[in-house]
Design a protein around this ligand. Structure first.
Ligand code: SF4
Ligand code: SF4
Ligand code: SF4
Length: 324
């Protein structure tokens, strides 16, 4: 039996598709059982017939067992493509942090559309002032949406980019008709570094300062980056970026492996939680001052701006002269 797959990229950078390729050799093992019926990154399949002969108001996606969408939803066209994918695919997967939570593009949700247009087309020092383009472009939606804000999604595989191990695991589970779930624990739960539950002293450091570590020393002798004063979002971020370790291997979260703090790309540990609020608590609990985190809204909800987590702040009220 072959499983038909349709893949679409919406508001994306293309990194999620590279992660599918990065499955590597195990992808070759399952390829004979997969039939890609639609995937714009590798196939010239048109939405309205191969010569555009069909109704331009209907987006045509071939029927598939599994649909994979990467990227969030920024404009009307992407919304219609997501709806067509939902109609054509029995099981729909949101792949990557943009599809699951809006990702980096959803940081734009901190401003209104009018403010964004003003900044990009008229108020940027490097750009000649111009009108906001309107012709031949799909209108933008009011904000960047995660896919499940627009259509029902069956499986979420987060990450920026997502881990090839979990993409393969999801495909194999679907092939075998088994349930698929990612671990409901945090990056810290998977992290093998030494923790003393208190900060080593000092202030919260700037992100570009290098973490202290001894080359080749075992992980259990390397001090937790948050306790060293780095803004590491491990406590509030879903585990999984370490991939699925082979027997005898130690799982080390992807950024920690490079001695970099976690930036939160796998999204909240539990659906509906707010990383900004939870992280403020985690920072305080080891004796650091969360008020030292510059631009807290952007830094702590960096990948998860859809679902209403990032929105424009109300304008400060200016009292009229002589008034109250
Ligand atoms: S989740 Fe990351 S890799 Fe995937 S499309 Fe978004 S920015 Fe690119
Ligand atoms: S805060 Fe960061 S370095 Fe510390 S245990 Fe969690 S993931 Fe590891
Ligand atoms: S450590 Fe954090 S930011 Fe880095 S890949 Fe893992 S979840 Fe993403």
């Amino acid at each position: 039996m072959t499983v038909k797959i349709a893949e679409e990229w919406l508001n994306i950078c293309g990194g999620c598709e590279v992660s599918i390729l990065d499955i590597g050799e195990p992808l070759l093992d399952i390829l004979p059982e997969l039939q890609f019926v639609h995937m714009p990154v590798i196939m010239d399949h048109k939405y309205h017939g191969q010569t555009g002969e069909k109704d331009v108001n209907i987006i045509e996606i071939p029927e598939a067992d599994v649909g994979i969408i990467s990227g969030g939803i920024r404009n009307e066209k992407e919304k219609h493509v997501a709806e067509a994918m939902r109609q054509s695919c029995k099981t729909l997967i949101s792949l990557g942090s943009c599809a699951c939570f809006g990702g980096i593009p959803a940081m734009a949700n901190m401003w209104t559309l009018e403010e964004l247009y003003e900044k990009v087309y008229r108020d940027s020092e490097s750009t000649e002032k111009s009108e906001t383009p309107k012709e031949n472009l799909p209108p933008l939606l009011d904000k960047v949406h995660a896919v499940d804000e627009v259509v029902k999604v069956d499986l979420h595989i987060p990450g920026c980019p997502p881990s090839p191990d979990w993409i393969k695991e999801a495909l194999v589970s679907l092939l075998k008709g088994k349930p698929f779930a990612m671990p409901e624990k945090s990056v810290c739960d998977e992290c093998p570094v030494k923790r003393e539950k208190k900060a080593a002293g000092g202030d919260i450091k700037r992100p570009l300062e290098s973490a202290t570590f001894k080359q080749d020393s075992p992980w259990e002798e390397t001090r937790c980056l948050m306790e060293q004063g780095y803004l590491c979002l491990g406590p509030v971020t879903k585990a999984g970026c370490a991939g699925i370790p082979k027997e005898g291997e130690v799982a080390v979260p992807r950024c920690i492996k490079g001695y970099m703090p976690c930036r939160g790309c796998f999204g909240p540990v539990k659906k509906g939680s707010n990383p900004l609020v939870d992280m403020m608590g985690a920072i305080s609990s080891i004796g650091l001052n969360p008020r030292q985190v510059a631009d807290r809204r952007a830094m702590l909800n960096r990948y998860v701006g859809a679902h209403g987590l990032l929105k424009p702040l109300p304008k400060p009220r200016i009292a009229p002269k002589g008034g109250k």
